[in-house]
Design a protein around this ligand. Structure first.
Ligand code: CA
Length: 229
């Protein structure tokens, strides 16, 4: 579900935009203050911003400038003043679209959809290049999160996949069970390291021809595990 941020101080307008966008299955967040809106836009991941110009705190021009420095997401600027549109163009802020208030909410929804579609086409070009790790007969498609052994796909749980990928990305490095547990489960626990052993066993059953003589994940006695290349 695409996430939209509306930065708009007129609450009735913001709510109306939100209602229409939610009807089209968008997840909408509203900020009424410019400075709070800017910080939210920079900190959180949104797919598109609907940005008013005259705002308390930081104005829309400045917000657009700052967001554009680090994010490529579409920005639709809205203003009650026609002159603002010329100013947006003149300043070269990198806004993707501008609308003059009052506009129909369905027109806004149509433009949001159009900008999201073209943005996703652009971003999709990068994402379509899947990242692969290939070692002997083992192929890990990191992008699609799929694992193939000698051309045959194996089913992996999320954690099994994360653990295998982590080890394969750090070949020949010996990791203790504690280190692996911390890396994959992101918890500072010592009690659950048996989980690592269980997962390694399951991974071996899927990728090794002979689990007793593993060719990929090697046990280093007293130290941990190492991915052999
Ligand atoms: Ca305003």
């Amino acid at each position: 579900m695409s996430k939209i941020l509306i930065i708009e101080d007129e609450e009735a307008i913001a709510e109306l935009e939100k209602d229409y966008l939610e009807l089209s299955e968008f997840e909408v967040t509203i900020e009424n203050d410019g400075t709070a809106g800017l910080s939210k836009a920079l900190k959180e991941d949104f797919d598109l911003i609907v940005l008013d110009i005259m705002l308390p705190g930081t104005d829309g021009f400045e917000i657009c400038r700052e967001v554009r420095q680090i994010k490529k997401i579409p920005i639709i600027m809205v203003s009650a003043k026609k002159e603002d549109i010329d100013k947006i163009r003149g300043l070269g802020l990198g806004a993707d679209d501008y609308m003059t208030k009052p506009f129909s909410p369905s027109e806004l929804v149509a433009r949001v959809k159009a900008h999201l579609a073209s943005y996703k086409r652009l971003v999709g070009d990068d994402e379509s290049r899947n990242q692969w790790i290939e070692i002997r007969g083992l192929k890990i498609d990191k992008t699609a999160r799929r694992v193939f052994v000698d051309g045959i796909e194996k089913d992996f749980t999320t954690k099994e996949f994360d653990l295998l990928t982590f080890l394969a990305e750090h070949p020949n490095h010996v990791y203790s069970k504690e280190e692996l547990f911390k890396a994959i489960w992101q918890m500072d626990s010592v009690g659950d390291i048996a989980t690592v052993t269980v997962h390694i066993k399951k991974i071996r059953e899927k990728i090794e021809a002979d689990s007793a003589h593993p060719q990929y994940i090697e046990t280093v006695w007293g130290a941990g595990y190492r991915f052999k290349v």
